[in-house]
Design a protein around this ligand. Structure first.
Ligand code: GN1
Ligand code: MG
Length: 367
């Protein structure tokens, strides 16, 4: 585990009430490092905050990043009465900026911790996944009138799958880690699907699919669920909120949440697409988002699940070839395990594609 810089010292860059008590590490994401810090007032009351080190290798411009996030959370806040538990509340540092820089040059941000809520990495209840779909559908709806031109592209071409494909080809060519010869089957798996990487981009170019404000990282563990009601209350990890296709968000949710195994399961026989979970998410998502979606967007829902899974697997493989420079890894083959997991899921989606189309049509017709 990474040894954090003095957390108390960093916390002191923000105006936080009470006396610092300690911190816990949160191990959810592959990009940023997250700590929950506790404070206490004189009378035994405690208050928690989330302190997060921004990964500036991935997000090169923290000012633009925080401008997007504060803009979007303020927009949501203005629309909701019970916003305290429904959107993140970022706290300015003492100098007024929404992040603080430590003596090592690392950037940190801080927001109120939302209590009595949980995140999940794997789901076995269709009801919770229905609620996940409802939450991301609602997020899309809340931001449907957010001015797209106020958003910075924090990671250019983030879900441009064809551009990701070309990055992958370059990584194969460079072979920086000397691993390319050991992953020939995985490389071929991607090459066989080059045509898929261009489908949605071609529709966007023809104006057949609309550009929207999207989250772009709609993993199940980016939703906070209420501990009592299991309702999805708050969407978190807003770093990649950018202009995008609604299909990126739908597809990425299915990729992660409708997998019967975790994203880094080594036993590939456990990896498959659960049609039951696919159906639950689709119904939940359409219950909140359907009115704002076009026919074409709905037509591509099953395809987006395949595409986002392929893209993510390709990114893990690219990073494996590059020598694990982007995603946090816990052991040397971690990115390869993740890649194989994603490709197994792509293959299973291809097998179940017609059934996914039928389920989707049924959910569209439902009202
Ligand atoms: C990263 O930060 P986290 O773990 O929620 C990544 C996503 C990938 C995901 C794969 C900024 O998300 O794009 O889909 O890992 N985020 C970034 O699990 O690259
Ligand atoms: Mg996350």
């Amino acid at each position: 585990m990474e040894i954090p810089f003095d957390i108390e010292f960093i916390a002191d860059s923000f105006n936080l009430d009470g006396r610092y008590v300690g911190y816990n590490v949160k191990n959810d994401g592959h990009i940023n490092s997250t700590y929950v810090i506790s404070f206490e007032d004189g009378e035994g009351c405690s208050k928690k905050y989330t302190l997060q080190k921004i990964n500036t290798y991935v997000f090169k411009d923290p000012d633009k990043l925080m401008s997007n996030i504060v803009g979007v959370t303020s927009h949501i806040k203005n629309k909701l009465d019970d916003y305290e538990r429904r959107t993140l509340n970022f706290l300015p540092a003492k100098d007024g900026k929404y992040y603080a820089v430590d003596p090592n040059g690392d950037c940190w941000r801080c927001y109120d911790y939302i209590d009595n809520a949980y995140t999940c990495n794997i789901i076995d209840s269709a009801e919770v996944f229905y609620n996940a779909g409802k939450s991301f559908g609602n997020f899309q709806k809340l931001l449907s009138d957010y001015p797209i031109d106020k958003l910075f592209e924090t990671i250019p071409k983030f879900h441009n799958t064809y551009s990701r494909f070309n990055d992958f080809l370059k990584a194969v060519e460079r072979d920086a880690s000397g691993r390319a010869s050991s992953v020939k089957d995985e490389i071929q798996f991607v090459l066989d699907r080059e045509a898929d990487t261009k489908v949605l981009l071609a529709e966007l170019e023809k104006n057949e699919l609309p550009l929207r404000v999207t989250h772009n990282d709609t993993k199940l563990n980016n939703i906070l669920f209420d501990s009592e009601t299991n309702e999805g209350i708050c969407i978190i990890d807003l770093d990649t909120v950018m202009p995008g296709l609604s299909l990126y968000d739908f597809g990425d949710s299915i990729r992660f949440g409708a997998n019967t195994a975790s994203e880094d399961e080594k036993d590939l026989s456990k990896v498959s697409l659960s049609l039951e979970l696919y159906e639950a998410y689709t119904r939940g998502y359409l219950s909140t988002a359907k009115k704002s979606l076009t026919e074409k967007e709905m037509f591509y829902l099953p395809f987006s699940a395949k595409l986002m899974t392929l893209e993510c697997g390709m990114r893990f493989l690219t990073d494996y070839l590059d020598g694990d420079v982007y995603f946090k890894t816990e052991y040397p083959e971690h990115n390869l395990v993740r890649c194989r997991d994603q490709f197994k899921l792509v293959a299973d989606i291809e097998k179940k594609y017609e059934q996914m189309q039928e389920v989707t049509q049924k959910a569209i017709n439902e009202d």
